[in-house]
Ligand binder design. Sequence first.
Ligand SMILES: [Zn+2]
Length: 395
Amino acid sequence: MLALKAGWLFDGWSETLVENPIVLIDGERIHTVGSSDTVSVLQGTAVADFPNAVLMPGLIDLHVHLTIGGEADPRSVMRDPEAAQALRAAANARRMLERGITSVRSLGAAFDADIALRRAIAKGEAVGPRITASGRCITMTGGHGHQMGIEADGPWAVRQAVRSVIKAGADVVKLMATGGVLTEGVEPGSPELSFEELQAAVAEAENAGRRTAAHAQGTVGIRQAVTAGIHSIEHGCFLDDAVIDQMGENGTVLVPTLSAPLNILRHGTAAGIPQYVVDKTKYIWEAHQASFRRAYEAGLTIGMGTDAGTPFNVPGENASELQYMVEAGMKSVDALRAATATAAEILSPTPDRGLLAPGRLADILVIAANPLEDVTLWSQPEALLAVFLGGKRVK
Ligand SMILES: [Zn+2]
């Protein structure tokens, strides 16, 4: 048993902090959460006390790419051989954990490097966050992300691709419903996998108990993905009111990834980002921000994702997304929920993390200030005092 004490606690959901909290940890899970004044600590229990700090759940990033690391031109590394991509994935994952990201959902990794890394971390051969992995994404021939994906055309080929990633060990299935920014020669507004292909993929994933996530930027592709039963819409740049209503009715969630366009626009071609990437980002950005606000105002479930790995969207800086969501109009408590309790519900119908509550995994951050008052505090690495993963201190 380990007892963590601190000045305050944000549990991942409540709008008010608990004062003088104590968290008792048994093995890798939380046993008790209470007040130091009422919960007694048995003799022999190890105690870690952080009197002026705040405890909160580890952050969950629902959209990362581990095999790229924020390079100005991702084409420079996307064709690297398998071993090079696996080593880069391991380094990127470790950086994220050290900056408080205790879980990631990896949505597209060449050579299924994310699945190999998840297994290596479980065996103690590598250090990193918990990984919910899609392996390679599934895209149409020449479609968005084909460099890190399986190209499949027609419902039966898509079913076979879904079976292949599940055979390889995927926890979630990533599909490309529209074109995107980083792939040369495709357009964010264009539908890609067809409705019939998406529907076949969802059926096959659900047969195996897996959830689905679709990269979807243009309105037509988003609508097809939602109608096909996709669980999470990634980016959702061009949402309209009808599709927002449909998402609400179907329980479809949105992972906006504001970090990706913002970092491209901030650095631009002067920093080496290809012209076509900057042009496409300019085309989507205003609509993307407006769609996020409309979805939030409509009460859709929103999870935090960054698209980490895209140009200057550097592994480890993932928590900047909290700041971007707040700047775009979200309340800070909702941004924090999107990265903790709500994110855990998007990962699994039976969430096991993201909340400081009995039975949940003891993935806990110790931070120097109140996150509800300052979502930018992660930009200063020294504000993160400690990171516990499954009850073990890793920073
Ligand atoms: Zn992505």
